[in-house]
Every structure is written in C-alpha cells, then in structure tokens.
Design a protein around this ligand. Structure first.
Ligand code: SF4
Ligand code: SF4
Length: 249
C-alpha cells in the first residue's frame, strides 16, 4: 500500500477525540487546567475478550491484576477529555500548544496499535489531504523515520507506565473495568485528586497494587461468561463511572 499525506489543518482530529496521554502529558494537561478521562478495558488469561493476534501487544500494555479467583489483564488509558473542540484549538484551527502537543497529536493519522493498519476511510482527514504531499507509506512501510520513532515512544510509554496507572486508579477508587471488545468504563476524576495520586504513585517504588478489580458487562450473557472464568462481576448501576458499550445494536 502506498499513501501520500499532507495535513490541511481542518482541525477535525482535534474535535471530539479523547487524545491518549503519557503520564508526563497527563500531568501537563492537568497543570494547564484540562480534564483527563480514564478509560479501562481488560481481558482474561484464557483470552476471553481478546483476539489472538493482539495478545502479545495487549499483554505488554496491561497490568496483571486480581479479579475474584482469577487474574485479569487491565489496560488503562489516560486521555485528554475532548468533547467538542480541544481546549487548545484556536479559532484558526491552530494548536495553541503546538511545540509541546501530546505524542498522539504528532502521530495522527497513523495508529499507535501495531495491529490496526492505517485505514484512510475511517480517518477524519478530508480526501484532499491524501491526494498530495510527501509519501507517508511506501510498499506498506512508514517512510518518515521520525514518525516511526514517535510511535515507538508512545508504545513504550504505554508499557512502562501501566503499573503506575494501576496505582493511580487504586488511589482514585477506579476498580471497575469493561471486557475488551464489550466496552470501556470511563471515569472523569477530580483533577486535584488525580494530580495528587499521580505524584504519589511516582514517588513510590515500583510495586503492584493488589486490590481487586471487577467487571462491568454489557449484558447477562457476557456477564455469565466472565463469571464462569472466576472473575468478579458488578451487578450494581455505575456510581463513579460511565459504561460505554461496544455491543452491536
Ligand atoms: S493538543 Fe493541539 S494538536 Fe492535540 S488535540 Fe488539542 S489542539 Fe489538537
Ligand atoms: S484531521 Fe487530518 S487533515 Fe485535519 S487537522 Fe487533523 S491531521 Fe490535519
């Protein structure tokens, strides 16, 4: 596959997109007065919730946690909460923090998940952005090596920071996950508490938090599958989170 690309500055990728953040970026976002959304999904050791092809990637970016009588692999994303236009997008669709914008903003429209190939049909970029400009992909390979390094940095941060994210979540009372593929749980923490938890988790030596996680599922059928694996399933309505279902209508 060959693809050319040139950003036309339409600002669509900066609108209604929760931008995944590294820990440093999440701290910066908070310092700037922004809101972070915490998105959580998990799969089980027997592969429930996980397509086989993604297993290695998904395991490396997950914390191994306890749920009921089983373990679970929990992936936690801290993202800039962008409902509508990003707080940093100015009237001319320029980024006010361009020089220090998050990694994922620099990587778009490329994907950070190695199992998701670039599909221009699902990207926000208008058709003209794919018609001119330098070669982005040639023979299936990314041409821009600097961009390739940014993608690798983002993946590495995902892997290196997951244990700290788990501790931050424990401090914030974030202990309910969705099953990967079935949905996400989404939390909007108080940002002062978030910053305090983040700073504290970074001060601690690397250690796992052993408090239990529980699963929120989209329906009784999935709930009984997860329960049968020994995991703890929540039955009460969400209090401090929203459940975003991915179940087909
Ligand atoms: S930080 Fe800048 S580049 Fe990133 S979404 Fe906001 S406006 Fe866009
Ligand atoms: S959606 Fe694509 S073309 Fe529009 S600003 Fe974002 S990267 Fe540029």
């Amino acid at each position: 596959m060959n693809t050319t690309f040139s950003c036309v500055g339409c600002g669509k990728c900066c609108t209604d997109h929760h931008v995944p953040l590294t820990l440093d970026e999440a701290r910066m976002w908070a310092d700037d007065g922004g809101q972070v959304i915490v998105l959580v999904e998990a799969f089980l050791p027997n592969g429930l919730g996980l397509p086989t092809v993604q297993r290695e990637h998904a395991e490396r970016r997950s914390a191994v946690v306890h749920s009921g009588s089983t373990e679970a692999f929990v992936a936690i994303t801290f993202a800039a909460y962008n409902v509508g236009r990003c707080r940093n997008l100015d009237e001319e669709n320029l980024c006010r923090i361009y020089e220090r914008r998050p990694l994922v903003c620099r990587i778009y429209p490329m994907e950070i998940n190695p199992h998701i190939p670039l599909n221009i049909a699902v990207k926000e970029c208008p058709p003209e952005s794919w018609e001119t400009g330098p070669q982005l992909i040639l023979g299936g390979e990314l041409v821009d090596q600097e961009l390739a390094r940014l993608i690798e940095r983002s993946r590495q941060a995902d892997r290196e920071e997951i244990a700290i994210k788990d501790r931050i979540c424990a401090a914030l009372g974030i202990r309910t996950t969705a099953l990967k593929g079935d949905g996400f749980t989404a939390y909007l923490p108080d940002m002062s508490a978030f910053v305090a938890a983040l700073d504290e988790a970074r001060r601690q030596p690397a250690q796992q938090h052993f408090s239990q996680w529980q699963f929120h599922l989209s329906g009784d059928d999935v709930a009984s599958q997860v329960s049968a694996c020994g995991a703890q399933v929540v039955t009460e309505a969400p209090v401090n989170y929203a459940f975003i279902s991915l179940r087909a209508a």
